[in-house]
Ligand binder design. Structure first.
Ligand code: ATP
Length: 437
């Protein structure tokens, strides 16, 4: 078995299509740019990502509670947050080749990055929020926005959550949900989409604690990615330069991953100070400060935000796990995903149809116990192993003629290809060990 991995975006896109991870949305109508549907494997992978993220952010000493805010947002929210005014990207068109692109991604003094002609329009600000109308009357008063981030639902509900849960400072509010951005150029597959899911934690603390918790969360977030199995050498932290900082932020660090197309942001961690709660206090007229019993004074909570896209992490995990090696003179593709992340934890494979019934009972038993398990009877055993390798299944249990006699199956490891006999009544233990942290 010799490793000869060269991973490219094209290979990942093809694998995602072939194995039911990701399909272009409305593909039978030639698709919708920047929008994707997730197939059976992709849905399971997304579920695991979200479950692990939530488990992680809730695993520390401080309390973290949940919120599920609406996607449609009142315009006042997005005016107060600064998005109506500031949430745009600089856009430029080439009058020669008609390409449209982000002006901040290229050196415009060299002309068009696609055809080199110096026939570019002026740079215009392109609004990234999707605007829609609510109700039967379509006028200025019926405007609503699809949220471009989940964070604002948390800020506008801060007082509701604080007063109904009696949480103590510092504490977090976590949310996983859809966000929409009319990106000028959606690209690199799941990296930059127009509809995506965010996992955001807004961590509220007293102003004097903000710098400390910013550092703490930066380290926790980096550790999380390593715990998922991402290659540590491909992860780095990059502080934002002063001129890069968003309008709301006092300091920001990105967790970056070394993608085949370069080091790029995987997650942003921002010190938002009291920007959001102060803005909503000002615009709504409702005081969002809290009273501190200890000091007998009111204060405006500060916020440390950790924000990552589910699909961006999905893509990162696939890039990191993708392997090609040569087994018996054939190229074998496998996803070396951490078992906790892998969409399927194990497959049960009867060696022949003659043992299918007994093998199916093993499968049903594991399925009913709640494991993500697949049963596959079609094709040679080699082909069935390959299919499981490509979706990252860490172990296959093969049921053969001896299994009927000795009630053992052969467990075949995805990464080492080693095989061992395991008693059927030990399979759940075996899987639990595999899924342990
Ligand atoms: P960029 O500078 O790349 O446009 P951003 O800094 O505006 O991104 P944030 O607002 O910090 O992005 O978003 C937080 C996280 O949400 C990002 O780190 C990324 O994981 C995810 N994300 C943002 N935009 C997209 C998108 N268009 N498609 C997929 N994921 C996204």
């Amino acid at each position: 078995m010799s490793d000869k991995t060269i991973v490219t975006l094209e290979k990942i896109v093809a694998l995602c299509k072939r194995r039911g991870f990701v399909f272009p949305s409305a593909e039978i109508y030639s698709g919708l740019n920047g929008v994707y549907d997730f197939g059976p494997m992709g849905t399971l992978l997304k579920q695991n990502i979200k479950k692990l993220w939530l488990k992680n952010v809730k695993s520390f000493d401080e309390e973290v509670v949940l919120l599920d805010g609406s996607i449609l947002g009142a315009p006042q929210v997005w005016t107060a947050s600064g998005h109506v005014e500031n949430f745009s990207d600089p856009m430029v068109d080439c009058l020669n080749c008609k390409k449209r692109f982000r002006a901040d991604e290229f050196d415009l003094t060299k002309g068009c990055p696609f055809c080199s002609k110096k026939e570019l329009t002026d740079v215009r600000q392109f609004k990234l929020m999707f605007e829609t109308q609510v109700g039967a009357m379509a006028d200025q008063t019926s405007i609503a926005y699809l949220r471009p981030e989940t964070a604002q639902s948390i800020f506008i509900n801060f007082k509701n959550v604080y007063s109904t849960t009696r949480v103590k400072f510092p504490f977090g509010i976590a949310q996983i949900g859809k966000a929409f951005r009319n990106e000028i150029t959606p690209k690199q597959f799941l990296f930059r989409m127009r509809e995506f899911e965010q996992m955001e934690l807004e961590f509220f603390c007293k102003p004097e604690q903000t710098d400390k918790y910013f550092d703490i969360w930066v380290q926790r977030r980096k550790d999380f990615y390593i715990s998922l199995g991402l290659t540590p050498e491909k992860i780095r932290l990059r502080p934002h330069e002063k001129d890069e900082l968003s309008h709301y932020s006092k300091g920001c660090k990105d967790v970056e991953y070394n993608f085949p197309f370069g080091w790029k942001e995987l997650e942003g961690i921002a010190n938002r100070v009291d920007f959001d709660l102060s803005q909503h206090t000002k615009h709504s007229g409702k005081d969002l400060s809290v009273f501190d019993q200890e000091t007998q004074q009111s204060f405006m909570p500060n916020v440390v935000e950790c924000s990552v896209g589910v699909e961006r992490l999905f893509l990162t995990l696939l890039f990191d796990a993708y392997h090609e090696d040569v087994v018996e003179n054939e190229t074998r593709i496998s996803l070396k995903l951490n078992p906790k992340v892998a969409p399927i934890t194990c497959a049960v494979l009867p060696l022949t149809k003659k043992v299918a019934e007994s093998a199916e009972n093993v499968y049903l038993d594991l399925k009913k116990a709640g494991y993500n398990v697949q049963y596959d009877l079609s094709g040679s055993i080699g082909k069935r192993y390959r299919r499981q390798d490509e979706v990252g299944t860490p172990v296959c249990f093969t049921f053969d003629f001896d299994s009927i006699e000795d009630q053992k199956v052969t467990a075949r490891n995805r990464d080492t290809l080693q095989q061992e006999r395991i008693p059927v009544d030990q399979l759940k233990n075996y899987l639990d060990n595999l899924l342990k942290e």
